[in-house]
Design a protein around this ligand. Sequence first.
Ligand SMILES: Nc1ncnc2c1ncn2[C@@H]1O[C@H](COP(=O)(O)OP(=O)(O)OP(=O)(O)O)[C@@H](O)[C@H]1O
Length: 324
Amino acid sequence: MFSPNEMNTFPTRKALIVANPAAGTMRTKILAELTVLCRTRLERVDIRLTTRRGDTRDIVRAALDAPEATAPDLVIAVGGDGTVGEVIAGMTAGLRPAGAALAIVPAGTGNSGYRMLWGCRPWQESVRAALVGPAGAERRIVDLALLIETGTLVCLGACSGVIAQALETARGIPLTGPARYARALADTAETFTAYPGRVTVDGAVCHEGETVFANVGGGRIRGGQYLVLPLSVPDDGLLDVCAVGGEVHPTQVAELTLTGSHLRRPGVVYARGRTIRVERLDGLPLCYEHDGELQSAGGPAMTLEVLPAMIPVWGALPAEGAAA
Ligand SMILES: Nc1ncnc2c1ncn2[C@@H]1O[C@H](COP(=O)(O)OP(=O)(O)OP(=O)(O)O)[C@@H](O)[C@H]1O
């Protein structure tokens, strides 16, 4: 499976595979193929299936805290963005930068994290890169963010407005993969009304007024296919924000963000900084999500602060299909 040359080119020796059996497009054959691929190459391969929401973090932390002889130097997350987020939370517990590297096998609904790193390339190619470090792949130490209001880690990004609201709609849609979120966004946009909002970047207001959404990240792609932050660089030590004003009708959001062309529309602001605050100004709670999870804190704002250089991640960066 690997040439003799490849067998000695990169020092990954021990992998932990963490798979979420409940992730949207999970199949047992993915795990079987992945295990064979890893066992062909590595000294040690541990496989753990998650059993419930929230236990991924503890599984990863316990493995990394094990003695040097068994602790993995590569963690492979098998699942969607929620699983990847929980794996990263385990790898960076206590907001410590991770020592081990991360690879992703996309088996979720949106898989925005994988798409950001690898575009549409097959996961076998990306795992192979993490195992043997071939040309065309890089291990970059990417930034994360801290959501100040809740003290939680943010991996892909956080978003208010119509994009967040669509997550609630998605719960009632019996589809899988990106089609589920696409339908939810279309349905939500039909009745969504822009909210009065403000976006502040490092203390300076960059948008104030009717707001369709404000997305902060992190990841260039959200919802598996929407290029919401087309200019975002994952390891530049900064967060990007895109605020879409009331000049854009909510029903246009899906089509515009598929290509990143929303950036050329009047009323759209794009900025970069270390601390980004997104507010709702009419006294109602701000509806927002982070990493695909709707938040119910009930406050008027979300504030994200960059955590630079937190985790080594394998990817074909900049990946095909990932750049603007
Ligand atoms: N064994 C399990 N049973 C039920 N839920 C689980 C289990 N393990 C993890 N989870 C939860 O499943 C949720 C969904 O997983 P994940 O986000 O990976 O898939 P997805 O929603 O299909 O994909 P995406 O986030 O890319 O759209 C996560 O919030 C995770 O905490």
